[in-house]
Design a binder for this molecule. Structure first.
Ligand SMILES: Cc1ncc(COP(=O)(O)O)c(C=O)c1O
Length: 436
């Protein structure tokens, strides 16, 4: 008989909601607005760059490249982020390429978090932060964004979800090693304002804490809002690691190319974790992403830039989904960024009753009911909260609107609601723009 295997620090983090919901969506959904990736093609210039990389003359692109990032990619990232942050960046020491933003986050937690360190996580949060902190031996400390009631007759905005400054200050202590910031935020779509970032920055400086700044949705910002990089605020460059994703930037989530940008004093430790774990990322994909950035840098801010076109198309999709959800009786929270939208489902409690004292949060049971009965897949918001807070935020679900089938016509599948419940509009242009 073999002894039971003691898996180090893995207790309690083996369950993952995505496995269950992805399976349910595959079995029942006609319209899948659950999973967080675009179902439309990436831009042609990027597909062509990848084809050139794998079928061109340069056979070296089929082999290993520099471990910490293919030189053309780190060079162009240093150029672009240097421009965005207003500082000179060294491609070799201030940038490191990773297997998606996921690996970038993993490197950060493994490198910086020691036994007993506390890491502040703002709720709702991208779910991998919690297990990653725990695997590194740290303790997550949670602080929720608290919703303010919207103005009479108005829909709520993600900007109405705010940190309580006193509560945030109370979370910082001697043990605080880092705070994780995710702006624009998945799942709410909140884009933190300069004032909110200054509040976080001041506390980081005061308590000598690091900031792991997950900015994977940096280009997906709507209604003229500005994405502000916390690393550009006073005292923050030296203590911040920016995490980015080509998957989110160019609609190529399957390529898994990500990066970290930051001061060498921090990146040197990320390089140590990287060289002793993954070591190297796919060369051809890095080469194609480098070409994509080269093109974008040449068109920066111009109408034919993908960074200008993609948010414009997604904003239309956002607005169409808002109309459709209002028509079926949900209360969407207007996201300022990302391709996610959270909607309040409390009005449905008469149709899908709550079960008091159930172990499963209401939104999770609602999302299962919705996919089975209405063919529409979404993700319960409680999945983005720690165990102790799930029940406080259990009447919301998250939709992803980077989808071709996201409009009123598609949601007409919602039985029991006739087509004339929907706000009429045309989705033809959005589908054409989405390229399918
Ligand atoms: C907030 C956030 N960070 C990181 C990631 C991971 O990005 P990647 O696919 O580049 O690993 C995601 C993916 O959904 C995300 O939503």
């Amino acid at each position: 008989m073999s002894r039971p295997v003691q898996a180090r620090r893995l207790e309690g983090i083996d369950k993952n909601i995505w496995v269950e919901f992805v399976k349910l969506a595959a079995t029942y959904s006609t319209v899948n607005l659950g999973q967080g990736f675009p179902d439309f093609p990436p831009p042609d210039f990027l597909k062509e760059a990848f084809s050139r990389a794998v079928s061109g003359e340069k056979h070296t692109l089929h082999q290993y490249t520099r471990a910490f990032g293919h030189p053309p990619l780190v060079k162009i990232l240093a150029q672009l982020f240097g421009k965005l942050l207003g500082r000179e960046l060294d491609p070799m020491t201030n940038v490191m390429v990773t297997v998606g933003a996921y690996q970038a986050l993993f490197c950060c937690f493994q490198a910086f978090i020691e036994e007993g360190d506390e890491v502040i996580i703002i709720e709702p949060f991208f779910d991998c932060y919690e297990p990653m902190v725990k695997m590194a031996g740290g303790t997550p400390v949670y602080i929720p964004l608290r919703p303010k009631a919207p103005k009479e007759g108005k829909l709520m905005s993600s900007a109405d979800w705010q940190l309580d400054p006193a509560e945030l200050a109370s979370k910082f202590s001697e043990q605080t090693k880092a705070i994780v910031l995710n702006s624009p935020n998945n799942p709410l779509g909140k884009v933190f304002s300069r004032g909110e970032l200054e509040l976080i920055a001041d506390l980081c400086v005061k308590h000598d804490a690091l900031c792991i700044s997950d900015e994977v949705y940096e280009w997906l910002v709507y209604d003229g809002k500005e994405h502000i990089r916390i690393a550009s605020l006073p005292g923050m460059w030296d203590r911040t690691v920016i995490v980015g994703s080509a998957g989110k930037t160019f609609s190529i989530t399957g390529w898994k190319v990500g990066w970290t940008v930051g001061p060498n004093r921090l990146l040197q430790h990320l390089r140590t974790v990287h060289q002793n774990s993954v070591y190297h990322c796919a060369t051809a994909a890095q080469d194609a992403v480098a070409q994509g950035f080269q093109r974008e840098l040449e068109r920066y801010g111009k109408p034919d830039s993908y960074f200008v076109q993609l948010p414009r198309e997604l904003q239309q999709k956002r607005d169409q989904l808002i109309q459709s959800l209002v028509a079926v009786g949900m209360k969407p929270i207007i996201p300022e960024g990302t391709y996610f939208l959270v909607a309040d489902i409390s009005e449905f409690k008469s149709e899908v009753p709550d079960v008091p004292d159930s172990d499963e949060p209401y939104d999770s049971r609602f999302a299962k009911w919705m996919v089975k009965n209405k063919g529409l897949a979404a993700i319960p918001l409680s999945a983005f909260y720690c165990g102790a807070h799930k029940d406080n935020y259990n009447s919301f679900i998250r939709f992803c609107f980077a989808k071709v089938r996201h409009t009123a016509e598609h949601l007409c599948l919602w039985q029991g609601h006739t087509a004339n419940h929907y706000v009429p509009h045309s989705d033809a242009s959005a589908i054409a723009l989405a390229g399918s």
